[in-house]
Design a binder for this molecule. Structure first.
Ligand SMILES: [Fe+2]
Length: 387
């Protein structure tokens, strides 16, 4: 996050004595919390207790997705709302399309995550809130979320999630490389430029830092290399009294994405919202259509020869497809061209606006299809361009 942010109390100078008056320890404990070693974004945290007090390591178990098709050439339509709800947040998460860079999946958690803590040690996470509202609680502060919010959670973040609702639907990504705002939207100093479709004012930064000075047994489920490890700590993980820096979770509403339009059809990069080394995330939002008198608003066929394209349909009529519903995912794999469904191009001519709302993820390496994905695959989408 290229914005400096701070919460709580911090000492005047980093790496100096920070007195904890009245505390059991005379000083607060400092922790550098960063990505990419000591050269990426980082924050300095000040904690009541030593953050290293492992008390016990309970069970470890595999949560690696089971692959049904590791070499996929088939366009697929996944009926996402057929993912069954589950009480537990982590158990509800079903990875559907995966490779070594990114796992993409859906979740329908019914209950809040409050009885343990969770940390993804390998990946930045992106949660997109399709249904539901609540609060993301982290050891660096809280973020309230509602329908349409992206939550970007850097690797290593210890968090819980509280829902106000029972009917929750999330799209999630786990990314091996950090998730950033696109570099071409930023100037040399990291500020978002005037041509960017959103700016710093649109970001939801963490606030309401909660500090718990508690000893006991606190389980953190740590996800690492396809395994979940249950590690018990002797102090409450949310014991940060203050922090400052650039590495922290944040939110951004898809409804705050300002679409870029033109006289003729604009290519997908105008919808770009986030980037990594291995995939991009784009937001397709309600917008006015192209205004050249002979414009064709529907996209042209395209040969996505170097990326797999995943679209998650959120709301509105998706203009380039037929028979698409909320929660559907389409996968257009690299190696075969794709384009609008038959009739969609003709239908789009003369239309003035679209109300479509969708999230697109283009991965630079092919995606494998999991067993959970096959269960909700309609099985016939790949023939849907036949006339
Ligand atoms: Fe496409």
């Amino acid at each position: 996050m290229p914005i400096y942010h701070k919460l709580g109390k911090i000492p005047h100078k980093r790496h100096t004595q920070f007195l904890n008056k009245g505390g059991k320890h005379p000083y607060y404990f400092e922790q550098l919390f960063g990505t990419e070693g000591f050269s990426g974004m980082s924050s300095l945290l000040y904690q009541v207790h030593r953050p290293t007090q492992v008390k016990e390591i309970l069970k470890s178990y595999s949560v690696a997705p089971k692959i049904a098709d590791g070499k996929n050439i088939k366009a697929r339509l996944l009926e996402g709302f057929k993912i069954a709800p589950a009480d537990d947040f982590l158990e509800s998460r079903k990875a559907l399309l995966v490779n070594n860079d990114v796992h993409l999946g859906l979740a329908a958690p019914r209950k809040s995550l409050t009885s343990y803590f969770y940390k993804n040690a390998d990946c930045d996470e992106m949660l997109f809130i399709h249904k539901g509202s609540g609060t993301l609680r982290t050891f660096m502060g809280n973020i309230k979320f509602v329908y349409g919010d992206y939550l970007i959670i850097p690797r290593g973040m210890i968090y819980q999630i509280e829902f106000d609702t029972k009917d929750n639907r999330l799209l999630f990504l786990e990314s091996k490389s950090p998730i950033y705002t696109p570099k071409r939207y930023r100037n040399h100093f990291g500020q978002l430029l005037e041509h960017a479709p959103y700016c710093e004012r649109d970001l939801k930064l963490p606030n309401k830092l909660e500090t718990f000075d508690k000893k006991g047994s606190f389980t953190i489920k740590i996800k690492k290399e396809g395994m979940m490890h249950e590690v018990v700590y002797a102090t409450h993980p949310f014991d940060v009294v203050g922090w400052d820096g650039y590495n922290y979770p944040y939110g951004f509403s898809i409804h705050d994405f300002e679409p870029i339009t033109g006289r003729v059809h604009q290519p997908p990069p105008v919808h770009q919202t986030f980037e990594t080394d291995s995939f991009v995330v784009c937001s397709f939002c309600p917008r006015l259509y192209d205004y050249h008198p002979k414009a064709i608003p529907a996209p042209y066929n395209h040969s996505n020869i170097d990326s797999d394209e995943v679209l998650y349909y959120v709301d509105g009529d998706f203009m380039s497809r037929n028979n698409i519903e909320q929660g559907h995912i389409t996968l257009h794999p690299k190696g075969i061209p794709h384009g609008p469904a038959p009739g969609a191009m003709e239908r789009s001519i003369g239309a003035k606006e679209t109300l479509e709302l969708a999230v697109m993820v283009d991965t630079f390496r092919p995606l494998m299809v999991t067993e959970d994905a096959v269960k909700i695959d309609d099985g016939k989408y790949y023939k849907s361009w036949l006339e």
